[in-house]
Design a binder for this molecule. Structure first.
Ligand SMILES: Nc1ncnc2c1ncn2[C@@H]1O[C@H](COP(=O)(O)OP(=O)(O)OP(=O)(O)O)[C@@H](O)[C@H]1O
Length: 243
């Protein structure tokens, strides 16, 4: 099957005062794949996805989504076009139930009757493995389950592109393994851009990896190509990227 481009950036640049957080990034994201964006601390990953989602304004360059230049659209318009970023969904309402939180998220992009919405909510909770907690108050969930709720809230919006920003941060080992299984189950249906520091998660889930270093795109390739790339290893100061 020929690769289809879902999103593209051209010359994307962000300057904070004298600091170039992102420099002239030309990047292409293929539909249906799990792409991981990795790089050392301060490499510019959050700045980059902030410009994709509209949370951060670009100093220069453009973001093209499904062939349309969305560079000047505010974040909420980009969500409506199908671009979901976990950072924007993290506003879990801690006083509401798990079910109510997902229903609210789903309602942002779909107009459906109560019954259809209810089915969608349970399907999504089932997908992430917390359907048995639907009636629990979100604020009473463990940290790991709250992260899964965030992912459910993103998926309920049926995004065309789902950007997950450090989704496994603070999760326990077993929760990380469940997360890997979840991402694998979504592969092929949902296009995912994953910013992740945990290399096991990256290597186990990504079809394609892009590496940022000092605000620039250093390398791109399959997990095997990236693990073997000498300049990527150097950027990680001698650490191997397959650990
Ligand atoms: N709002 C801001 N104002 C000034 N400088 C910023 C701002 N946001 C980020 N930076 C700087 O831009 C550079 C890139 O930061 P960014 O957070 O994008 O990197 P990152 O790769 O996501 O890092 P990490 O992995 O540590 O989250 C860093 O030097 C950071 O200090």
């Amino acid at each position: 099957m020929a690769a289809l481009t879902l999103l593209e950036t051209k010359g994307l640049t962000k300057t904070y005062g004298g600091l170039q957080a992102n420099t002239n990034i030309d990047f292409t994201l293929q539909k249906g794949l799990v792409t991981a964006l990795i790089g050392p601390n301060g490499a510019g990953k959050s700045t980059f996805v902030g410009m994709l989602s509209g949370r951060t304004s670009a100093t220069q360059g453009s973001v093209i989504f499904e062939g349309r230049d969305i560079s000047h659209l505010p974040a909420h318009k980009r969500i409506q076009l199908g671009l979901a970023y976990t950072f924007q969904i993290t506003s879990i309402f801690t006083g509401l139930s798990v079910h109510e939180n997902v229903a609210l998220a789903a309602g942002r992009t779909m107009s459906a009757d109560g019954n259809t919405l209810n089915i969608k909510v349970y399907q999504t909770l089932d997908q992430v493995g917390i359907a048995d907690r639907a009636d629990q108050i979100a604020g009473d969930l463990s940290y790991g389950h709250q992260r899964l709720l965030e992912i459910a809230m993103g998926l309920a919006q049926e995004p065309k592109l789902f950007i997950l920003d450090e989704p496994t941060q603070g999760l326990a080992e077993t929760e990380i393994n469940d997360f890997i299984t979840l991402i694998r189950s979504l592969a092929g249906h949902t296009t995912i851009l994953l910013i992740e520091h945990n290399m096991k998660v990256v290597m186990d889930t990504a079809d394609h990896i892009a590496v940022l270093d000092q605000g620039m795109l250093l390398a791109e390739g399959t997990p095997a190509e990236i693990s073997a790339n000498a300049s990527v290893q150097a950027a990680y100061l001698g650490k191997t990227v397959d650990a």
